[in-house]
Design a protein around this ligand. Structure first.
Ligand SMILES: [Zn+2]
Length: 83
């Protein structure tokens, strides 16, 4: 469908993918986290998550007290708008 997508490898710069290992779904959420042992308190690491893995990744981080917040990906409403 997308001719530009055939440049380089499978992941183009405009199609952020879920951070879950092995998942290639388009990211719909940004999960912001911080590991206080190695990061400054104001620093935020970002994981990208698809709808399916958002809860999994949040839970993974929450168990380690790393999770800070989850925000919708900016500018992803061109394909699917569930609401
Ligand atoms: Zn995923």
């Amino acid at each position: 469908m997308d001719l530009l997508g055939s440049l380089g490898s499978s992941s183009g710069p405009d199609t952020p993918e879920c951070s879950r290992k092995g998942c290639r779904a388009a990211a719909q959420w940004q999960i912001l986290w911080n590991n206080p042992k190695i990061h400054n308190p104001e620093r935020r690491k970002v994981w990208l998550a698809c709808q399916e893995h958002r809860a999994w990744l949040e839970n993974f981080l929450a168990q380690r007290m790393f999770w800070r917040s989850t925000e919708p990906m900016p500018g992803t409403e061109d394909e699917e708008t569930p609401r």
